[in-house]
Ligand binder design. Structure first.
Ligand code: SAH
Ligand code: SF4
Ligand code: F3S
Length: 436
């Protein structure tokens, strides 16, 4: 079949940073004549942008690759690439386990993707998992001037120097690097020109952002001056990098949304120490207390790991107590998953059945707090940034300041606007509202 444009199918796993990276890879491949398609069956190239954070996430990639076997058999010219954190962590192993993979590219080498794609295929396998000197974002094209959805991600910082004992990120993403503030302000202005109203600043440790004299606090203050940019968020933060200045910004900058995702992982000091988190539960709670002083309406979100090596019932109870104290509006919780190459992987593990049982208890508690917070929205008027049409006719869907998906009767012309609505009911993971 002859055709001038080549077709790219890209599937993204893991965190928002992968979502941002995938957009930039699409831009880079676009400059090379590729347009995106919605199904692997239509593609000339399939690219999986992968996550290595837990075993399940990594294994998913191999079952997904297995599904492409018939496509590759039918079309030997089809190129299959693996990008992201599994690519970085497993490198060549991927091609040994799945010989039909043509290309493996680590998260810091994406600017080299078009050249790699041109070379790969027809039996030639290409691999690049270097951490190059140059900043990939400086070499990745920014795409067209095409209109964008109202909410966008912007990666400001990458990598992690914290080395929590359970975590692969310092190995898959490398050392902490912050992008220059001028570039970010430029990119933000560009996004706003293209219809973006809300920007979420991303980083594995976003509040460790430091580029010359620019801290995250200073960057947020400067971004807030951009006309047309109405909402700013940032994630994910580490408790030890919540400095005075950043806390103060939450009380000053109205465009900064009253939402903070601040993972703690455990409420037990013994476990926190074993995790190498370098803070105690009390220190974490103190940060939240100061945050609530400057921004009393802030909603808090967190991450938890249960069944970390050495966690006993008392430690787990300490986590439950911390949650009772904080009452998170929303939280993520996971069973500890041993990751090859991380310090905790070789320790004595908690029984799987114990992990499962603890996870159920913790999730029941976290869900009850989430429901309580959502229910407290009923009757309140909230500004919602409308993002798209809903499934039911006349319905539009947007995000509340607290990131709740909120739907109400509206018009297509509401998309991209911030509309005041009154919450009338709550559902499992969303709010139902009416225009006021
Ligand atoms: N940089 C962020 C989070 C990165 S990973 C931070 O420091 O908070 C996202 C979440 O995945 C973590 O907060 C943690 O709760 C979870 N996680 C990371 N490694 C894990 C592992 N080995 N097993 C289970 N959960 C893990
Ligand atoms: Fe992983 Fe810890 Fe770094 Fe977060 S701070 S990315 S959990 S090592
Ligand atoms: Fe996963 Fe890599 Fe993000 S391991 S969570 S995709 S940084």
């Amino acid at each position: 079949m002859m055709s001038n444009t080549k077709k790219l199918y890209i599937k993204t796993y893991g965190c928002q940073m992968n979502v941002y990276d995938s957009e930039r890879m699409v831009d880079a491949m676009g400059a090379d004549g590729y347009t995106t398609v919605d199904s692997p069956e239509q593609a000339d190239m399939i690219l999986l942008n992968t996550c290595h954070i837990r075993e399940k996430a990594a294994e998913k990639i191999y079952s997904e690759l297995g599904r492409y076997r018939p496509l590759k058999d039918a079309n030997p010219d089809l190129k299959i690439g693996v990008a992201g954190c599994v690519a970085q962590a497993e490198g060549e192993e991927i091609m040994i386990r799945q010989p039909m993979v043509d290309l493996v590219v680590g998260p810091q080498a994406y600017h080299r993707l078009p050249a790699m794609a041109a070379k790969a295929g027809g039996g030639v396998q290409v691999l690049d998992t270097e951490f190059p000197e140059e900043d990939k974002f400086e070499f990745l094209p920014r795409g067209t001037k095409a209109k964008r959805a109202p909410a966008a991600f912007l990666t400001v910082q990458e990598g992690c120097d914290k080395f929590c004992a359970f975590c692969v990120v310092p190995y898959t993403r490398g050392a902490e690097v912050s992008r220059p503030a001028e570039r970010l302000l430029d990119e933000a202005r560009d996004l706003v020109e293209r219809g973006v109203v809300e920007i979420s600043l991303l980083g594995q440790n976003v509040n460790a952002y430091l580029a010359n004299d620019w801290s995250l606090a200073r960057l947020i203050r400067e971004l807030a001056k951009i006309d047309g940019l109405e909402r700013i968020r940032y994630m994910t933060s580490h408790p030890n990098d919540m400095g005075d200045d950043l806390i103060a910004v939450h009380g000053e900058v109205e465009k900064l949304m009253p939402y903070l995702h601040l993972p703690v992982q455990s409420g037990s000091d013994k476990v926190l120490k074993a995790m190498n988190r370098k803070h105690t539960a009390a220190e974490y709670l103190k940060v939240l207390e100061r945050m609530r002083e400057v921004r009393p309406d802030i909603m808090l979100s967190g991450d938890f790991i249960v069944g970390f090596p050495g966690e006993d019932e008392d430690d787990f109870q300490a986590t439950m107590e911390l949650c009772e104290k904080v009452r998170y509006g929303q939280a993520y919780s996971f069973k500890y998953s041993p990751r090859p190459g991380t310090p905790a992987a070789d320790r004595a593990h908690v029984d799987e059945s114990v992990k499962t049982e603890r996870l159920h208890r913790l999730q029941a508690l976290l869900t009850s707090h989430q429901v309580e917070f959502q229910d407290s929205m009923i009757g309140r008027t909230l500004p919602v940034l409308v993002e798209k049409l809903g499934r039911e006719t006349g319905q539009v869907i947007g995000k509340s300041p607290y990131l709740h998906a909120t739907h109400f009767l509206g018009e297509a012309s509401d998309i991209g606007k911030i509309v005041n609505v009154k919450v009338v009911a709550t559902e499992r993971n969303s709010l139902s509202a009416e225009k006021v």
